[in-house]
Unconditional design. Structure first.
Length: 447
């Protein structure tokens, strides 16, 4: 692997981790501020509504955020400006359908629950989250890391807190769950528009111009527009199912718990899950950088580069997760207590959920490797085997033991499919996305 590529990966990987840690701090800050500005019951209502909106945004994108990321990175590598334009039109059209589905999902969740919250505000937040995710992945596919993450990951939460304080007349105020959801939704919608104007449109024009100016595509790239289009819908549906069965499970767990326990208990579980999720942030940050690199390496038919990127991700995500786990084992209960003294009883729940994220970090970019290399069909099969076990456990244990039972279900959801993907990738791709690659590298890849 060339020194220039390794240097680029290290530089942008470090930047991505720093951004995600800043985002983690801001996310915890938002939870802390709202827990101080709300009663326990109101915070539980907020946690349920926010998790419902997040779940809806994650499971109704119809596979477009991953399709646009993978396709743009691959088409830029191949020099196909025609396919770049076509896949963008396709994804925008399908995302419009996803917005309608988002409205239906949020409405159904509101109907099924006993919580009282603003349905319209939750729908606006869900749609804003959906569009923010799509736009961020579009920018990542174009190679713009900072433009993709800064608005939502860094600016959104402080801006929302500032808006609440200004509207409330100071920093020591009482905020309702509905008001918080409305402000978060409207501020994020404004961020989406600003991001579109300042980052997305200029970056798109630049990328199209650069690709069109190069003397590409490669001579052996004879894929027609019709052939490409015929693959987008099947890929979209598989990527959609993968997203719904993977990233949608964490916020969905809060919604499920909220169906069986009180608002106060739901708030405690929501806080525990959000704190435990800090362990996942380094891996998420690395994936911001390495996902398009995996797609590009696959398009270039370069397995050595694939393994290098995957191993880089596994190493640093594991080290960061172990360090984070140590901090949460020592101070997790304290972090819950400063949010609300009653939340300290969820310390064991936090540690169980955290363990699932540690396993995920040690398995590295397992899901991204499958999605970015076009093996979403095989990934979906793995999820269809693994996730029913975890999901049934999540629902049943939530019903029997509340948040503690849900934590065990979440651990199973995270751990089982990650391990199965590592085994499959080693056998069939000769690529190991996990930390195990440093001990036993798959045959067929040079050290």
């Amino acid at each position: 692997m060339s020194g220039a590529f390794a240097s680029k990966l290290m530089r942008w990987g470090s930047i991505a981790i720093v951004i995600r840690f800043v985002s983690a701090g801001l996310g915890f800050g938002l939870i802390f501020v709202l827990s101080q500005w709300m009663t326990s019951d109101e915070f539980g209502r907020y946690g349920f509504a926010f998790s419902l909106a997040t779940t809806a945004a994650l499971v109704t994108d119809l596979g477009q955020k991953r399709l646009i990321l993978r396709s743009l990175a691959a088409y830029i590598e191949r020099g196909r400006a025609d396919l770049m334009r076509a896949v963008l039109r396709h994804s925008l059209t399908v995302t419009g359908l996803g917005i309608l589905l988002t409205i239906a999902v949020v409405s159904s969740g509101a109907f099924a629950s006993d919580f009282e919250f603003s349905l319209v505000a939750t729908i606006v937040l869900a749609v804003a989250l959906l569009l923010a995710e799509f736009q961020a992945n579009l920018l990542r596919g174009l190679g713009s890391l900072l433009g993709s993450v800064m608005p939502r990951e860094v600016i959104w939460r402080p801006a929302a807190i500032a808006a609440m304080a200004i509207l409330g007349g100071g920093i020591s105020i009482v905020v309702s769950a509905d008001a918080a959801i409305w402000i978060l939704a409207l501020v994020l919608a404004a961020m989406n528009i600003i991001q579109l104007v300042l980052f997305t449109l200029p970056r798109w024009r630049k990328a199209i111009g650069e690709v069109a100016a190069d003397e590409l595509p490669r001579p052996d790239d004879g894929e027609t527009l019709a052939e490409a289009k015929s693959g987008w819908w099947p890929s979209s549906l598989r990527l959609w199912a993968v997203s719904a069965m993977n990233t949608g499970m964490l916020p969905l767990s809060v919604v499920i718990v909220g169906l069986f326990v009180s608002a106060e208990e739901t708030g405690a579980f929501f806080a525990a899950v959000r704190i435990a999720a800090l362990i996942a942030f380094p891996l998420q940050g690395l994936n911001l950088v390495t996902s398009p690199m995996l797609a590009s390496a696959n398009a270039a038919k370069d397995p050595e580069r694939l393994q290098y990127v995957a191993s880089f991700t596994a190493l640093w995500s594991t080290l960061a997760a172990l360090a984070g786990a140590l901090i949460l084992m020592l101070f997790g209960a304290f972090m819950l207590e400063i949010l609300n003294p009653d939340f300290a009883t969820s310390a064991t729940t936090l540690l169980i959920v955290m363990a699932g994220f540690v396993v995920s970090a040690m398995c590295g970019s397992s899901s991204q490797l499958m999605n970015m290399t076009g093996h979403d069909k095989e990934f979906l099969r793995i999820l269809l085997i693994a996730n029913p076990i975890g999901f049934i456990s999540l629902v049943l244990l939530s019903y029997l033991y509340g948040g503690l039972g849900a934590a065990v279900g979440l651990f199973l959801l995270k751990a089982i499919w990650n391990v199965m993907v590592v085994i499959w990738a080693r056998r069939h791709l000769r690529i190991d996305p996990s930390i195990l690659a440093f001990v036993a590298r798959p045959k067929g890849i040079s050290a």
